[in-house]
Design a binder for this molecule. Structure first.
Ligand code: SF4
Length: 300
């Protein structure tokens, strides 16, 4: 089937997007008034690789228990790993703890507000630094995640999927769209929200889309050029084994024997040993002087 060529230089109307965001945005707790920059930073760490629905209850409990960076810094790494629960990728919890220690010690418990300084903090990369500067301090900096890249690829460039990430090009794309003035941070949040809730990767809900101009839709939805990316599974991966081993230690407040730990994964002993060694190497768990295992900092 022949497709109409995409329109060139299609843009996104700030008014359409902002109006839609005002009435359709999700009620997420880290968007509430009074949420601090530290608490927003915590949400961004958690959201890096975990869906919103799983983050919400963990985030709520986290900020209730440790509302500030200094409160988090005063907790043990073991307690932080326990509170992280099943969010996955637990190195994020360790880095968040390190980040809290640096902010409490070097920044008087106040999260820095500029991207360059934020990027010097443990666990804070370009995306997280920009998200905190934008959402916590309302700086008009481009914030680009996969959702934003997909919306721009479709609405502006007429492609089904975004090209490979390129910070310079992706940021330039967003800067070209950002409205002047105080609405720039809300526009960024709205762009992200549209990609997360309407312009979904597999089944965009164009009937709900507020954009009257979309280059990809106007072109008749030309298919993606490359092969579809395979979604990585979880079952049977080293990541799952690491999670199982950590689960055993999270539920205990004293060290466990190797035999007890072994029960967590019987399917493949080589894989279990590899996962165990990687957790030790990452500093998430520790081997005690008596040869038992515990969460880091809880040698007993
Ligand atoms: S019209 Fe459809 S494809 Fe275009 S931005 Fe909206 S949801 Fe995405």
């Amino acid at each position: 089937m022949a497709h109409i060529l995409p329109h060139r230089s299609m843009t996104i109307s700030p008014q359409e997007l902002l109006d839609w965001y005002g009435r359709a945005r999700r009620d997420l707790p880290w968007r509430d008034p009074g949420v601090s920059a530290w608490q927003i930073l915590v949400s961004e760490f958690m959201l890096q690789q975990t869906p919103v629905a799983r983050v919400v209850p963990v985030w709520r409990e986290w900020v209730r228990r440790w509302p500030t960076a200094s409160a988090t810094a005063a907790a043990t790494l073991a307690d932080v790993l326990r509170a992280w629960g099943k969010l996955g990728y637990p190195m994020r919890a360790k880095r968040l703890h390190q980040c809290a220690i640096v902010i409490a010690r070097d920044y008087a418990d106040v999260v820095p507000d500029d991207v360059e300084t934020l990027m010097t903090l443990p666990g804070v990369g370009s995306y997280t630094a920009r998200a905190v500067a934008c959402f916590a301090y309302r700086k008009p900096v481009p914030v680009v995640d996969t959702n934003v890249r997909r919306v721009i690829a479709r609405a502006v460039h007429g492609r089904a999927d975004a090209a490979a990430p390129s910070a310079a090009r992706d940021h330039a794309d967003v800067i070209a769209l950002l409205p002047d003035g105080e609405s720039a941070p809300t526009f960024s949040a709205a762009l992200m929200e549209l990609g997360a809730t309407v312009c979904a990767a597999r089944a965009p809900r164009c009937d709900l889309c507020p954009l009257s101009n979309c280059s990809w839709r106007s072109a008749g939805y030309p298919p993606a050029r490359g092969a579809a990316r395979r979604v990585q599974g979880y079952a049977g991966t080293d990541r799952q084994v690491r999670g199982r081993l950590l689960d055993v230690l999270r539920t205990r407040d004293s060290p466990v024997t190797k035999a007890e730990l072994d029960m967590a994964w019987l399917a493949d002993t080589d894989q279990r040993e590899r996962a165990l060694e990687s957790l030790l190497a990452d500093g998430l768990i520790t081997r005690t002087a008596r040869g038992q295992f515990a969460l880091a900092g809880e040698e007993g």
